[in-house]
Design a binder for this molecule. Structure first.
Ligand code: NAD
Ligand code: MG
Length: 387
């Protein structure tokens, strides 16, 4: 029986994880749940999974949640930063799934790692901001990190049982998002509704916009650097519109191993939760015999300037990825609120990166300062240029 703490339980990944828990009640028990403000969804999860503790954004949300639950079925209700940290390191849980979106996931990840938990990490922003720090602390505290991101789960699976010396390069696949074929000169007019319509995957709003700009793939390059200790020049991004090959590794004898499956996060989430076992998920297989075509190409740098910005931050290292991530979060938020256009997202990020004097050392203080500074620079650009 694995005992779980699920952070971001009301989101796309969090709900996907709970669907797996519900299908295999003999394998999993939920000890803690954390979410932000979707209290009705959380209350329903509490009724179904009976956690010992739940966390919400603030004291008011905690009061509202408590009022909506009969006293007999009320778990311990915590709130705010301290609450997320406690849930992340909940004593009776063996595995913490961090499925919070954005920089808010960093401190909970550190808390889980410092408590020596196995951490299933969907919150890629943690690894982008402070991946060096997190992996060092994990090693020191006996914690392990299991990837949930489908590309990183694929690489992890391809590398299982191999020595790092065999690895030549990582090939991260990218669907290319909804605008792969749209005329480049019309990208400035993209609306939030269009950006939120991903062709292959159903995900939360922020990552869906990141997939449309390909910033998501840039963040994933940095995530892969951190998870697999590989420099950016040995990670290649390949556009693969069908999203069947979840990623590949090239070994030193020229062998390329790919991990494939239908585009459904259940397999990657399930593998992180049940590792090293595999769950009988009953997934359909890619329709090979029906004439399935898999195609691959290089990403177009003119169409996707965010990818180059992320690679620039990856190469700069230190606090540059934290600044990149923070500016991107601000830009995506402003785009979704229609304060800037789609084409402004890379402009905001470039502005904040230019202004950032990267510190070489990735201490927690330096990372949080880089995050604050880059958000301020991004907001300043947004106010000055607002649509
Ligand atoms: P989502 O927006 O659907 O859900 C986010 C969750 O985080 C919600 O439960 C929300 O309540 C919580 N949350 C939001 N702000 C918070 C805050 N300030 N403090 C605490 N909790 C907060 O997002 P998602 O699509 O499930 O993505 C979650 C993470 O997983 C992201 O880092 C994303 O990049 C990564 N990821 C998602 C997918 C996917 O298929 N959705 C795939 C790969 C990686
Ligand atoms: Mg991914």
């Amino acid at each position: 029986m694995k005992r779980l703490s699920i952070l971001g339980s009301t989101g796309s990944i969090g709900q996907g994880a709970l669907r797996i828990v519900a299908r295999f009640p003999e394998r999993f028990a939920v000890k803690a749940l954390a979410a932000h403000r979707r209290l009705e969804v959380l209350a329903d999860q509490i009724r179904r999974f009976r956690p010992e503790a739940v966390v919400v954004a603030d004291a008011r949300a905690a009061r509202d949640l408590a009022a909506s639950l009969p006293p007999a079925s009320r778990p311990e209700i915590l709130c705010g930063e301290e609450g997320y940290r406690r849930a992340a390191s909940w004593p009776s849980a063996d595995l913490t799934l961090n499925a919070i979106v954005g920089a808010a996931g960093l401190l909970p990840t550190l808390a889980a790692v410092e408590a020596g938990k196995t951490v299933a990490i969907a919150n890629k922003e943690t690894l982008v901001m402070a991946g060096g720090l997190v992996t060092r602390r994990a090693a020191a505290c006996g914690a392990s990190l299991l990837p949930v991101d489908s590309e990183h789960s694929a690489v992890f699976q391809c590398l299982e049982g191999r020595s790092p010396a065999e690895l030549e390069r990582i090939l991260l696949t990218a669907s290319g998002g909804p605008f792969l074929e749209r005329p480049v000169e019309t990208l400035a007019e993209v609306t939030p509704e269009e950006a939120l319509r991903h062709p292959n995957w159903s995900m939360g709003a922020k990552i869906t916009v990141d997939s449309a700009t390909l910033m998501n793939k840039g963040l994933e390059v940095i995530e892969a650097m951190r998870l697999f200790s590989v420099p950016p020049e040995r990670i290649e991004v390949v556009v693969h519109p069908q999203s069947i090959v979840h990623s590949m590794v090239a070994l030193r004898d020229g062998t390329v191993l790919a991990q494939m499956g239908v585009p459904d996060m259940a397999a990657a989430i399930g593998y992180a939760l049940s590792y090293p076992e595999r769950l009988p998920l009953g997934q359909e297989l890619p329709a090979f015999a029906a004439g399935l075509t898999l195609s691959f190409r290089a990403p177009d740098p003119v169409r996707f300037p965010c990818l180059a910005l992320a690679l620039e931050a990856a190469r700069a290292g230190g606090t540059a990825p934290a600044a990149l991530n923070a500016a991107n979060e601000e830009a995506v938020g402003a785009f979704l609120e229609r304060r800037i256009g789609f084409g402004d997202i890379p402009r905001v990020v470039a502005h904040a990166l230019r202004r950032h004097a990267a510190e070489a050392e990735e201490s927690l203080e330096a990372v949080l300062e880089a995050d604050r500074e880059a958000r301020a620079a991004a907001r300043e650009w947004i106010v000055r240029n607002r649509a």
